[in-house]
Write a protein that binds this ligand. Sequence first.
Ligand code: ADP
Length: 341
Amino acid sequence: MGNIKDYKIATLGSHTALQILKGAKDEGFETICICEKGKGKPYQSYEVADQIIMVDSFKDYFTIEDQLIKQNAIIVPHGSFVAYIGPSKMMEVKAMHYGTKAILEWESDRMKERQWLLSANIKLPKVFKTPEEIDCPVIVKFHGAHGGKGYFIANSAKEFYERYEVYKGKEGHDKYAIQEYVVGVPVYTHYFYSPLTGELEVMGFDKRYESNADSIGRIAAKDQVDVDIRTTYTITGNVPLVVRESLLPEIFEMGQRVVEASKKLVKGGLFGPFCLEGIIDPELNYSVFEISARIVAGTNPYINGSPYTWLKYNEPMSTGRRLARDIKMAIEQDRLSEVLG
Ligand code: ADP
């Protein structure tokens, strides 16, 4: 039987590192946090890291990777990890890595992502190939935009061209996707699928707190028009959420279908934490505009567990801790290779 004392859990100091490291410690692991200079304070103050490795930039990850390999560290990837390493370089990561790297390619390419979700029978917003086809409110998303910055709304081809004028010729704004703007409330579902137990779990939900989308309603409609505010969706935080209980059966099934479909795309399929990000409309249809094939920051309000994990575990169970428990179980059952990818 493997011993967890022979391994460490490591991640980059950003995004969801606090809960990943805390969860790992709660499960009995030693932890390593890779921090950018000047940004280590939270990881020291909350005492979640047994060891801190300083780098000038997360982009320097490959210069310290040897230190991780020597210590038998298992990397837990999160949004910042993928963003800094870059989806194309993920395959070059040599340290042990929790999760299937190859699935990230399906997540980071909008066309492939759509193909995956459609094959899982998930409802998606309509997409328009050209502005001329626009026949309903649309949201225009620039490729590589982070945190919804610069997305804009249009109702027609004419409006599209008027609004696009501002971005024309600007770097990173030549490629965009035009998506039906679904009117409803945003709901982000946090899942966990363990390849060891074969069980899909719903860990919780969140909604995003976005500037200035979430502040526009604080001023009168007339002022919104007068000061000519453009809606932006820069993420600043996450708000916990529970959903109508009657939605849960379909939400479980959606997650299950996404996992099953992923097994046909890449060896090992999708496992560990993932998130379906979408809008629930007044008819209670859940349209998904994005999947994150890894832990999302929306799980951060639940370091002490969510209402859903409380039902299942009767002990504090964050997504970070659930993940560490998967690794622990894999080590103790000599099945570590099944959770690495
Ligand atoms: P990013 O991936 O850049 O963070 P998202 O794709 O998550 O951006 O979109 C940012 C925000 O825009 C979301 O929080 C959501 O509120 C809104 N949004 C995105 N797509 C749609 C859509 N098809 N219909 C309605 N709102 C959407």
